[in-house]
Design a protein around this ligand. Structure first.
Ligand SMILES: [Zn+2]
Length: 233
């Protein structure tokens, strides 16, 4: 099932306090409309009761899509600096829900699930999109690292990230976006052939892949966010 709870949120436009039904967990197998709403950017958005401007809650929920083989712990973008602590807590939640600490039937479900942690709306949306497009997220992150080497004017800074938002006939559409405000700074398209190049050089990318896949936060940003976590031998 999908769980909701009542939350208060202050409208950033007029300051009015709105009551919004916040989601705590999304089951996309039973509620594909919620998955579609996340992809469309309309999930947890409602007009302010006072000024009618759209008000959006931060993501803070668990997302389950067994048919897509995906489980996501979605956190607010502003919490990314607390990444290691949150990863530990997410690992524990997952362990009890679908891992070694769960019932046998749940563990069987867990065998098909990829466990992921995201910060902010653009990130959770991207994970769902990539899974639907059949693109491995670690490879998508390698593509971004590759692109950053090719784009000297990339507006890279803390709080600004590169996200894949669509796939068209021309390739993958990417945006530079402020994680919290979701202000888009630049948009461009990258040829999907770049992904094939990465797949063709598995050995060269192996150390970066290992770092990306070490923990549920599969995101290139962790490679330049301080010490990070040691890769297990
Ligand atoms: Zn308002």
């Amino acid at each position: 099932m999908s769980l909701f709870m009542d939350m208060s949120i202050t409208c950033p436009n007029c300051g009015a306090v709105n009551r919004i039904e916040a989601v705590e967990s999304v089951n996309a197998d039973r509620r594909p409309d919620l998955r579609d709403a996340i992809l469309a950017g309309t999930f947890q958005v409602s007009p302010c009761e006072s000024c009618d401007e759209p008000v959006r809650l931060e993501p803070q929920f668990n997302y389950l899509d067994v048919s897509a083989g995906l489980w996501i712990a979605a956190y607010p973008g502003r919490l990314m600096p607390d990444l290691l602590e949150i990863e530990d807590s997410v690992n524990e939640v997952y362990r009890k829900s679908y891992g070694a600490g769960a019932m046998q039937s749940a563990q069987a479900v867990g065998e098909v699930l990829q466990k992921r942690l995201t910060f902010g709306w653009p990130a959770v949306r991207e994970k769902i999109l990539l899974r639907a497009e059949g693109i491995a997220d670690a490879e998508a992150e390698m593509l971004k690292l590759d692109l950053m080497r090719r784009l000297p004017e990339a507006p890279l800074a803390p709080g600004i990230e590169l996200r894949i938002v669509d796939r068209t006939g021309d390739g993958l559409v990417l945006i530079w976006v402020e994680t919290v405000s979701e202000t888009v700074l630049q948009e461009f398209t990258a040829a999907t052939a770049l992904l094939d190049e990465i797949r063709g050089n598995a050995e060269g990318w192996a150390p970066i892949r290992a770092a990306l896949e070490n923990g549920p936060f599969v995101d290139m940003q962790k490679l330049y966010m301080g010490e990070g976590r040691a890769v297990a031998e």
